[in-house]
Design a protein around this ligand. Structure first.
Ligand SMILES: [Zn+2]
Length: 405
């Protein structure tokens, strides 16, 4: 199929141009300068006729807040969130320049951020622009937020934002954030996330000359610890093999990512430190799992202990039943498109974790189906028709969710 500009009406043309312009801003890690993004978004807000504020808890880490006031501003508001930053690229592996936003004959727009997630940021704004143009008025206030640093954990962006008085004053009731592309007809919706743990297991043992066979060395202890954790890893892998309905976010992932210790080949070292990355599913009791790790360390004996670098707390998932009126509205909106939502726990991590952590419901929804999953990959692209359909879907979602009683 050939995509020519004559296929699109003026609104669509403008949406595509805004999308491509946003993609051309290289807000790429490391050391992102957000000035250009902020300026671009301020212009978009002005175009639509909406007020735009900047909040920064940390210098150089701005959050852009665009407000569409509801007719009943006392009701809890709807937050439409996206992040402005994108991950680094291996430019020599790309067939199109990653910040040129080229559109090919099939209508595929190539750029870093085309799926993750500048598409969604523009879809929010274009949806509002369309509704405003049709004189639609929503009961609830809509805040469109653009945050920095999601791709490096978001602590100085959304992490600080949800703790601020500024955020509390917004009186948010529900938030939308990102999900990911689906290669088939479904649209993926996230309603929770695994918790990330990073821990170091210290193994201290007897030192000596490496020509001897002394007992109780750091390496023997390390061996025990590694076996315990990697055996557990195998058992989790088996669960995935046996039950094809399970996905990675339903099980605990554990990976040994670093081992440190030793100074020279013929000296038995006093300590080895093994670093593990572990993602804990929402169904696992976090305390119990921590106790298990603790217990394994104890079983090895003296000189073995766990030190946590990161231990994210257990956060309740966003409920997907009629007790959650926002879910009912969201569902009613997508049903009008005959869309199938595939709800899942996010296999990775997004800023929605911070929103859920302060007790708010959050849906991850990047409307991309029949699209290969290319977030963080080479040649990331989004088809223009998928992008445009996403605007229509968000129009409907806003109408429903923005009028939720
Ligand atoms: Zn993202």
């Amino acid at each position: 199929m050939n995509v020519t500009s004559s296929e699109f009406d003026a609104h669509e043309q403008e949406a595509i141009e805004n999308f491509r312009e946003y993609l051309m801003i290289p807000s790429v890690h490391p050391n992102v300068n957000y000035d250009e993004c902020v300026e671009f978004l301020q212009e978009r807000a002005e175009d639509i006729g909406l007020p735009c504020e900047i909040y920064a808890a940390v210098q150089g880490k701005p959050i852009v807040i665009i407000t569409w006031l509801g007719t009943r501003p006392e009701l809890p508001a709807v937050m439409l969130n996206s992040h402005m930053d994108v991950v680094a690229v291996y430019e020599d592996k790309w067939t199109h320049k990653p910040f040129d936003a080229d559109m090919d004959d099939a209508g595929n727009i190539y750029a870093r951020g085309s799926q993750d997630m500048k598409n969604v940021g523009i879809q929010y704004l274009e949806a509002i622009k369309r509704l405003k143009g049709l004189n639609v008025k929503l009961k609830r206030t809509i805040y469109v937020t653009f945050v920095p640093d999601e791709e490096i954990g978001g602590e100085e962006g959304m992490g600080k934002f949800v703790e601020s008085d500024f955020f509390k004053k917004l009186n948010i009731g529900v938030a939308f954030d990102e999900s990911m592309a689906s290669p088939n007809d479904d649209f993926i919706t996230f309603f929770g996330e695994r918790s990330t743990w990073v821990f170091h297991i210290h193994c201290v043992g007897v030192v000596g000359h490496a020509s001897n066979l002394v007992d109780n060395t750091a390496a023997q202890k390390l061996q025990f610890v590694i076996n315990k954790l990697l055996n557990y890893r195998e058992a989790e892998r088996d669960k995935l093999k046996i039950n094809k309905n399970l996905i990675i976010s339903d099980v605990t992932s554990i990976n040994l990512t670093q081992v440190k210790g030793g100074i020279q080949a013929n000296v038995i070292p006093p300590e080895f430190i093994a670093t593990f990355d572990c993602r804990v599913p929402v169904t696992v009791d976090h305390n119990e799992w921590a106790n298990t790790i603790e217990q394994w360390c104890k079983e090895v004996g003296e000189g073995v202990w766990v030190e946590y670098e990161l231990k994210q707390p257990s956060v309740p998932v966003t409920s997907l039943d009629d007790s959650n009126p926002y879910w009912s509205s969201f569902k009613a909106a997508v049903e009008e498109f005959d869309i199938k939502l595939r709800t899942m726990i996010c296999p990775g991590s997004t800023d929605a974790k911070y929103i859920r952590r302060v007790g708010l419901p959050a849906f991850g929804f990047s409307p991309m189906n029949n699209t290969p999953l290319l977030l963080h990959g080479h040649n990331e692209y989004l088809n223009v028709n998928v992008f445009l359909k996403g605007i229509k879907i968000y129009c409907k979602i806003l109408e429903k969710i923005g009028n939720t009683e």
